[in-house]
Design a protein around this ligand. Structure first.
Ligand SMILES: Cc1ncc(COP(=O)(O)O)c(C=O)c1O
Length: 503
């Protein structure tokens, strides 16, 4: 295929150049109706291709023209049979994947560190999660992938699962042996869905972990906007093989997508695909080199540790994405969140995320030595400012609590009568909301889950450290919503039926 072509982006430019008289939305009509300051800031080029699904520009809901061609080129670039563009981020693509394989009451194997978009999909689909614990990294206070043995065990326990969903790579950049995992799951003839939000570049360089499509997964939701150079909110859903039904997948994608699809987002996917297909390997090569050099220099800074090759010796880690710099504040007496704030306030640097023990910095195809040098200088100052002299105190990271028992399916709990309780008094009650630290957006509590003292303490430590704990209707997290007492008893003693949670 000719990856120099950008069928959709080119069609938009040609359409704008023809300058047709427009009697359709968007009402700003090529920017003339836009707020003048905003128009001047964006520029008329941008506004001239902010168009909608008129006939010459095809329709994402049933692509048959330039969008279809752009998606076919993307499928070729990502090694998929089909690629579907998403203007609803990877969140939309994940919901599509899950809902296209799970009907209400169907079981699906999920890692417990699943992103909130996966849990939302579980509620919408009425699916029953079969949880698998990811491997914990006690030193770094983060979680990696799931072990092969854990997935095998979960399938043997619940052989009627409709799919297995995996996260690869994790937000913090580690990956499992996806090839072996896919082979195992396929040996039971079960489809593999991959949350590949953080893996756009994987396919384009062999120093990265293997991409989901290379490993033979059936579907993968990939945030091109995160690391592949397209505009925020634009992602792809890659599909391969015949264990899944492409027509049903398209139907769900359409159901979950706005009818007013943004052509700016779609065109940015088309252009990003061109760049990745033509230059992805060399861009990735430069980025990896830059990141590895930065990693080496970070590891020379007293008090900081940025994992590298040695991470592959840990359980649940087969490989890692070297462009993700997970900087562990091993011997500094401050939290990751405090370091993030310090970098913002004193150095005008924004990081990707922070937690109690780490900050995560991403080196991408948009970075050069200049940016990296500024980061290194700031990190050296951070170390000098906060180091406790020669005898630094090693920090004890707080591991995410192991998932407590689920008494109801997330969907049932979400729709069951609830009441608000003080967080401290909610122990042993069943939660009806999502509580997660964002980023990374991994729920600590989900609807249907029993609240434990360990989880309450975990939440409180994060709130005290100032980390963004979100999801609760009470944004101060003094209160939490739980199933009303009677309902909890009623649901828990119901005869075992199709809604009973697998143990
Ligand atoms: C692991 C994971 N999955 C899915 C998503 C959702 O991606 P998007 O923001 O493109 O909707 C994210 C977002 O950060 C994520 O970290």
């Amino acid at each position: 295929m000719d990856h120099h072509q950008t069928p959709l982006f080119t069609a938009l430019q040609q359409h704008a150049a023809r300058d047709p008289l427009q009697f359709h939305i968007p009402g700003h009509k090529k920017g003339k109706g836009t707020d003048p300051e905003f128009r001047a800031f964006l520029g008329d080029n941008t506004l001239s291709i902010d168009l909608i699904n008129i006939v010459p520009l095809d329709d994402l809901h049933q692509p048959a023209g330039v969008i279809r061609e752009a998606e076919q080129l993307a499928a070729d670039a990502f090694g998929a049979d089909y690629t579907l563009f998403s203007v609803q981020g990877t969140t939309g693509a994940i919901m599509t994947m899950l809902m296209s394989v799970c009907s209400p009451g169907d079981k699906i194997i999920l890692p417990r560190n699943a992103h909130k978009s996966i849990l939302s999909a579980v509620i919408f689909a009425g699916a029953i999660p079969v949880w698998v614990e990811p491997e914990k990294d006690e030193r770094l206070g983060i979680e990696h992938g799931v072990a092969l043995a854990s997935i095998r065990q979960a399938i043997e326990r619940k052989p009627d699962v409709k799919a297995v969903l995996l996260i690869n790579p994790t937000y913090y950049g580690t990956s499992i042996d996806l090839l072996q995992m896919v082979e195992l799951i396929h040996s039971y003839d079960i489809p593999v869905l991959v949350d590949e939000a953080h893996g756009t570049l994987l396919h384009f360089h062999d120093q990265f972990p293997m991409s989901a499509m290379q490993a033979g997964a059936d579907m993968a939701a990939t945030s091109v906007h995160k690391l592949g150079g397209s505009l925020t909110q634009s992602s792809v859903l890659n599909v391969k093989g015949n264990r899944v039904n492409i027509k049903r997948i398209r139907t769900f994608m359409s159901m979950l997508t706005t009818t007013s699809t943004s052509y700016l987002l779609l065109a940015s996917l088309d252009a990003a695909r061109r760049q990745l297909a033509l230059y992805g390997q060399s861009l990735a090569e430069q980025t990896i080199r830059l990141a590895q050099d930065t990693r080496r220099q970070i590891n020379e800074i007293p008090g900081l540790y940025c994992y590298g090759d040695e991470i592959c010796e840990k359980e649940g880690v087969f490989h890692y994405d070297p462009t993700k710099l997970c900087i562990h504040l091993e011997q500094l007496p401050i939290s990751g969140f405090a370091a993030e704030q310090w970098l913002r306030e004193t150095n005008n640097i924004e990081v990707e995320l922070s937690d109690l023990s780490n900050i995560l910095c991403l080196i991408t195809i948009g970075d050069t030595e200049r940016e990296v040098e500024r980061l290194l200088q700031a990190l050296r100052r951070l170390s000098e400012t906060f180091r406790l002299g020669e005898k630094a105190v090693p920090r004890v990271p707080v591991a995410v609590p192991t998932a407590s028992r689920f008494l109801l399916s997330p969907r049932e709990a979400f729709y069951t009568r609830s009441e608000s309780l003080d967080l401290d008094q909610s122990c042993e009650r069943v939660c009806t909301e999502f509580i997660y630290v964002y980023p990374p957006g991994i729920p600590v509590l989900m609807p249907g889950q029993m609240i434990t003292r360990e989880i309450i303490d975990y939440i409180k430590r994060h709130v005290e450290a100032g980390l963004p704990v979100k999801g609760s209707e009470d944004s101060t997290l003094q209160k939490i919503k739980v199933i009303v007492d009677g309902a909890q008893q009623h649901e828990a003693t119901r005869p075992k039926g199709r809604y009973v949670i697998p143990d």
